[in-house]
Ligand binder design. Sequence first.
Ligand code: GDP
Length: 515
Amino acid sequence: LEEMQEENEEDLEERAPIVTIMGHVDHGKTSLLDYIRNANVTAGEAGGITQHIGAYKVKTESGRTVTFLDTPGHEAFTAMRARGAKVTDVVIIVVAADDSVMPQTKEAINHAQAAGSPIIIALNKIDKPGANPDKVREELSQMNILVEEWGGKYQSQEVSAKTGQGIPDLLEKVLLEAELLELKANPNRQAIGTVIEASLDKGRGYVATMLVQTGTLHIGDIVLAGSHYGRVKAMTDHRGRKMKEAGPSTPVQLLGLDGAPQAGDKFLVMESEREAREIASNRSQMQREQSLRTRKHITLDEIGRRLAIGTFKELNVIVKGDVDGSVEALSDSLLKLSTPEVQVSIINKGVGAISESDVLLASASDAIIIGFQVRPSQNARKLAEQEQIDVRLYSIIYDAINEVKDAMEGMLAPTLKEEIVGNAEVRDVFKITKVGTIAGCMVTDGVIQRNAKVRLVRDGIVVMDGEILALKRFKDDVSEVRQGYECGISLKNYNDIQEGDIIEAYTEKEVKRKL
Ligand code: GDP
């Protein structure tokens, strides 16, 4: 928020830190958020009915306040960041002490680091007999997250979201981290902040949860939020209690907007209702026009141009692969491509299909995605198209490295070597003695040709690369089957076909590299 930086130092007052909790599924994010929300109820607050409004603010035992974003999971966090909103001051990474550092733990850490947010580790489920927090600390150290007790820079705290053990200490550690950040805002100005979530409520009209980041929001203020505006009719907190005003780091649920702005949209208070209406309507017009144009994210083809105009310093890459070995080999080789002019950073890597969360991270961090023997999920593919993210799929590590290298030397425009021409979904599998496995398929897009090369993709990972043995419609051999038609496919020297697999047909083309 540029306006924030223009403040005079003497107008600024301390504000509460804003915290997001992230971690692997079932490690206790929701339980921790619930425990903190319910335990830190001060006298007089009791009686209010807890509402999930997307954020809440609590008082700690030491009498200070902390604001939590009540949207666990890094998808929400990164979706906001993709919209340019920087809301979170401190990230708590939850790891169940009776489990291990899991893929989503790593992903959450990468997302927090990509955002430049300080991290505190909560070792949860410490009440469980099988809890072994030192094992988790050890695993974290292997990914360069060394906790303070072991001489590192990361605070960690053993907690139980069930018994509440350690939670007051965790909150104090959040406050300690916040002190280092010197979080300040001017409460005596018109409010500015971010939309956390918004929706249409049948009885009440448009309801938006807003996080005030600087200034104070009052009933009656004229608010401009993204491409919507309105006069604040009513404000409530997460216990449904009416509020007259909301200062910095305070979340409120607000009534009075003429529509639902998007999560991550900025809001601000305006003097004139007419001006707010005009800006809102200009913005919705611009949004309509802009969605027709493309959003410019980095692509391999774009690197040369950016190098030429001297704006290219950093290439962010997300690496996904079929097995750990290939992910590590590819990441290491890509890192080694760094030159004094261009630094290559691997902002996330892992085994498995390319997910929506990978695409969101790429969008928020202006990264390209490199997949080795993996495919994007259907939703990830759609989102990547929408966000114009460069997703490159390879089956030879050397090809991936070479294309990036060439692009970084600014000399060559890489061109795709192969083209996916069709996909068929395996709906049924027949094992026939002496013949082998025949897959009953539906061609879901493009065309499957008898002579095409094919890959078998299972849960987003390429498990086989080869050729078709036979392609049939009913009893007849055919040369091709188009989208919307069923067919029988058997693969050359391969019988382990399973229901739900995708057979992807591709062709290889001559590569013409232009200098
Ligand atoms: P999330 O997926 O990360 O939001 O995890 P949840 O909060 O839903 O927790 C997953 C499961 O672990 C639930 O059954 C919780 O009751 C349980 N759980 C969470 N925290 C603790 C804890 O500290 N101790 C114990 N014993 N169980 C916990």
